[in-house]
Design a protein around this ligand. Structure first.
Ligand code: PGA
Length: 248
C-alpha cells in the first residue's frame, strides 16, 4: 500500500506572508490525511520546519548539490538540507535542467547524495511539447527516468514526479488517458529495474494541478499524489487538492 503524497513546490517564492499560509495549512491537517510536504526556497527551510513543528506537514528542499561540502559557491548540499530538519528534496526539476543545464547524470548524482543524507528524493522527469507530439514519447520519458535514477531505490527513499514540461505553469494538462498510460509505463519500468519492491515507490503527477482538476487526475491507479507549484502557495488552493487526494 502506497501512502498518498501531496507535495508543494514553492519555487522561488517565499516570504513572511507565505510562512503564514504554511502555518494555516499545518493547522488544517488531520493525522489521517495523505502525507503532505512543502518545499520552500532554501533560506526558509529552518523557518518552515519550525512553523510546521508538531503538525503532519513535512518540509523539503528544491535541489541539492551532489557533493557533501566543497568549493561550490551558492550551492547547498543534501546533509545541509537534512540538518535544517527537512526530510525530503526535489531533484531534476525541468526548470533546473533547463536553467542550470543539469544533465540526467548530474541529477542522478544529486539523487544518490540526497538518499545518502537520508532525504526522501523526489526525482522529476517529463517531456517537452515537441517530444509529446513525437512518436517516441513514452520511450523518451522512460529513458530520461532510467538515466536519472540512482542504482538502488525503495519506496522509503524515492518518489518519482512525472511533470510534462508543457504542462508546468501553463494551465494545460495531459488527458487522463495520457496520464494513466505514462504512469502505468513508469511503474512497469521501475519494477523491471528494481524488482517487486518498486511497487512501493510513489508516482506523482505534476503540471498545472488545481483544485478543479485534481480529483480526476487522482482516479488513475498509478497516480499516488501530486507535485504542485502555483496552487501550493495558498492554503485555500492546496487544501482542496489534499482533500481530493484523501478522497481518492
Ligand atoms: P505548476 O508547477 O503546478 O505551477 O504547474 C508544478 C511544478 O513545476 O512542480
Amino acid at each position: 500500500m502506497r501512502r498518498k503524497l501531496a507535495a508543494g513546490n514553492w519555487k522561488m517564492n517565499g516570504d513572511a506572508a507565505l510562512l503564514g499560509e504554511l502555518a494555516t495549512l499545518a493547522g488544517q491537517q488531520a493525522d489521517t490525511a495523505p502525507e503532505i510536504l512543502i518545499c520552500p526556497p532554501h533560506p526558509l527551510l529552518a523557518h518552515a520546519v519550525s512553523v510546521t513543528d508538531g503538525s503532519p506537514v513535512g518540509i523539503g528542499g528544491q535541489d541539492c548539490h551532489a557533493a557533501r561540502t566543497g568549493a561550490h559557491t551558492g550551492d547547498v548540499s543534501a546533509p545541509m538540507i537534512a540538518a535544517t530538519g527537512a526530510q525530503a528534496v526535489i531533484v531534476g526539476h525541468s526548470e533546473r535542467r533547463a536553467e542550470h543545464h543539469e544533465t540526467s547524470e548530474i541529477v542522478r548524482a544529486k539523487a544518490t547524495a540526497a538518499m545518502a543524507a537520508g532525504l526522501t528524493t523526489i526525482l522529476c522527469i517529463g517531456e517537452s511539447e515537441e517530444e509529446r507530439l513525437g512518436n517516441d514519447t513514452l520511450k523518451h520519458i522512460a529513458d530520461l527516468m532510467h538515466a536519472s535514477l540512482p542504482d538502488a531505490a525503495t519506496g522509503d527513499t524515492l518518489v518519482i514526479a512525472y511533470e510534462p514540461i508543457w504542462a508546468i505553469g501553463t494551465g494545460r494538462v495531459p488527458t487522463l488517458d495520457q496520464i494513466v498510460e505514462t504512469h502505468d509505463m513508469l511503474r512497469d519500468e521501475l519494477v523491471g529495474r528494481f524488482g517487486p519492491d518498486a511497487m512501493t515507490i510513489r508516482l506523482l503527477y505534476g503540471g498545472s494541478v488545481k483544485p478543479t482538476n485534481a480529483a480526476e487526475i487522482f482516479t488513475a491507479d498509478n497516480v499516488d499524489g501530486a507535485l504542485v507549484g502555483g496552487a501550493s502557495l495558498k492554503a485555500a488552493d492546496f487544501q482542496p487538492i489534499i482533500a481530493a487526494l484523501a478522497a481518492s
